[in-house]
Design a binder for this molecule. Structure first.
Ligand code: BDP
Length: 614
């Protein structure tokens, strides 16, 4: 559709030169350092950085020049218009739609200031499973009120659009992107939006995914759908972020589907469309290999979608500092090849916005990495600990930073090590249910689809003898992942079905190694409790201290629950003895199978409540 190489080049230049310069700043050293910037937003970012340096006691001895690596650094709120948040664990939605636009909570500005402090420059206000009502005039006036608050902080507002909106609120018989009436409807809608919000950012679209409507319903491709919206929004400078999270039951290996659907469309998208791709090929698991689509769409603008909310990492109960996971992604996917980065927000109306005090570190880290993905997770953790927790001794600071750095690997270890994935309870994705098999559920929503445990071994064969997902990766990864000897241990069971008694590179059998990981994860959570308690004297905020302490206890209990339930279940399948180092299970497998948290599928407003239900 376009002369790709040129369009891509121009688009990248636009993204990385014009916009980036606009937001960049310089800080000149001196007794009172001076911030220079070409725009008010750049100045704000510079001043914020200077504040950060001051708070950290760092003097500006040389000129600092900084510009963002990604031009789009956007939060995706999965907030519904009824005030619930899909996969949100920090209370209700921050946006009080009932009160807006008449009443504008001071928390909106507080939120925007926190985003600006780390350089986040956009926010999608509503859930990707979008209600068309957000596009009615009534709601657009509310959106305008929020946009007016966010503007001085350099934050643009975006909306998730339901592709069937022309039918649902426009009264049209279809939403076919090639139907002139549909195009006119969207054109009028976009005009109405820009009259209210002249700097509106654009739309995020989840189409033909998990039951959402989309162009394929009318025999059109994703590119045709995205390009129609792109053409109506182009005159206003808006963009379309089109999600690649698609998979349908019964087809190929779910991990292959986004690539299979989108790769053939490479080069067909307009240059104001950005294909938004989840970091891994399945769905925000504690560890996934990177999505091959992110590195194989040279004729298309793409951006990774990260999940800040801990849907699959213990909700707001568990300490899981996510910067190591995101840095891991950028070690495979070069930031220069991406037009932006999106993060599914972990923010709600909870007193501290995120419920778990340490979950604020993930919001902070998302922004810092979106500005500069070369920052180390440790440096970001150190900044956050010093700025927010303010421990009074260096020893405690070091201890807390160390806990944070270890925390994500601990979660992987006690939930699903060595490449296991999706062993979660159906629906709420909190606890373990590797056995889960509710009636009528789609096969690719069930843990057994992913772990494939049988009497011989465990793991998903994604090599040429299996689903051949490995062939979607470029060299050297395709070769490395396809080889059972060379495959990194952390992805072993993602790509291979391995015999229980096979020896892996450490010399242990697979069964021993799995048991080791689970045990280590549990031990880590116990060490977190010790580490945190050792910091008590140095944390002035006693309420925060107690809150974290309580959650760490829950996390340790949950870690045991995960370890016991998974190992007992796998043992039932392989009939092997546990190695000596495995601590005895607290309950029997049947007791674990009977656990019912009694929480709904999507929202769990108060994470801590879960514990009392177990
Ligand atoms: C899954 C969530 C689901 C989201 C979906 C998505 O479980 O609630 O709607 O992703 O990203 O992780 O669209």
């Amino acid at each position: 559709m376009k002369s790709l190489v040129i369009v891509y080049f121009v688009a990248v230049c636009l993204c990385f030169t014009a916009v980036a310069n606009d937001e960049s700043y310089r800080i000149l050293p001196g007794a009172s350092p001076v911030v220079e910037a070409a725009s008010p937003t750049g100045r704000l970012y510079g001043e914020n950085h200077l504040k950060r340096l001051k708070a950290l006691g760092i003097e500006v001895s040389d000129t600092i020049v900084s510009s963002p690596a990604f031009s789009l650094r956007i939060l995706n709120h999965w907030d519904n218009l009824d005030g619930t948040v899909e996969r949100g664990y920090a209370g209700k939605s921050l946006w009080n739609w009932d009160e807006l636009p008449a009443k504008v909570s001071p928390r909106y500005a507080e939120y925007a200031a926190m985003c600006a402090a780390v350089g986040i420059n956009g926010t999608v206000l509503n859930n990707v499973n979008a209600s068309s009502n957000i596009l009615t005039y009534e709601y657009l006036e509310k959106v305008k009120a929020l946009a007016d608050v966010f503007r001085p902080y350099g934050m643009k507002v975006y909306l998730s659009a339901n592709f069937a909106a022309p039918m649902q609120i426009g009264g049209l018989p279809d939403a076919d992107p090639l139907n002139k009436d549909v195009v006119v409807w969207w054109g009028d809608k976009v005009k109405e939006i820009y009259q209210l919000i002249p700097d509106f950012g654009g739309f995020l679209v989840k189409a033909n995914s998990e039951g959402q409507p989309g162009p394929c319903d009318f025999g059109r491709s994703h590119a045709q759908g995205a390009n129609m919206l792109a053409s109506v929004i182009r005159p206003y400078g808006g963009i379309i972020m089109w999600r690649a999270f698609v998979y349908s039951p019964g087809d190929a290996d779910r991990a292959k589907q986004a690539y299979l659907e989108f790769k053939p469309l490479d080069g067909e998208f307009e240059d104001n469309v950005i294909v938004q791709i989840k970091n891994g090929p399945v769905d925000f698991q504690p560890r996934e290999p990177f999505s091959p689509l992110l590195v194989d769409m040279p004729g298309t603008l793409t951006m990774p979608e990260l999940q800040i909310t801990q849907e699959y990492l213990g909700h707001s109960n568990h300490l899981a500092y996510l910067a190591p996971m995101w840095s891991e992604l950028f070690s495979f996917v070069s930031p220069e090849s991406q037009a932006g980065v999106a993060g599914v927000a972990n923010i709600g109306d909870s007193y501290n916005f995120t419920s778990h005090p340490f979950a604020r570190a993930n919001w902070y880290a998302f922004g810092r990495l979106a500005w500069d993905p070369s920052l180390s997770p440790e440096q970001i953790a150190r900044e956050w600990v010093a700025l927010e927790l303010k421990p009074s001794s260096k020893k405690s600071e070091d201890r807390i930073v160390d806990m944070m750095i270890r925390s994500r690997e601990a979660v992987v270890d006690y939930m699903m090590p060595m490449g296991l994935h999706h062993l979660f309870a159906f629906g709420h994705h909190y606890g373990p249910e590797p056995w889960c098999d509710p009636e009528g559920a789609r096969e690719d929503w069930l843990p057994r689809y992913y772990h494939r445990a049988d009497s011989v071994g465990i793991g998903f064969d994604r090599t040429q003898t299996g689903s051949d997902a490995v062939s979607q990766y470029p060299l050297p990864y395709s070769e490395e992942y396809a080889s059972i000897e060379k495959c990194p241990e952390e992805y072993l069971l993602w790509f291979h079905h391995v015999g229980w008694s096979d020896r892996i590179t450490t010399g242990e059998t697979l069964w021993e190694a799995l048991c080791h990981h689970y045990e280590r994860g549990v031990n880590e959570t116990e060490k977190f409790i010790e580490d945190w308690n050792a910091c008590e004297q140095d944390i002035a905020d006693k309420v925060l201290f107690a809150d974290v302490a309580e959650r760490l206890e829950i996390q340790a209990k949950d870690a045991r629950w995960w370890k016991d339930a998974c190992l007992l279940y796998f043992q039932e399948i392989n009939g092997l003895e546990f190695p000596d180092f495995v601590t005895p299970a607290v309950r029997t497998l049947d007791e674990y199978k009977a656990v019912d948290l009694g929480i709904d599928n999507f929202t769990c407003p108060s994470g801590k409540l879960l514990d009392s239900m177990r």
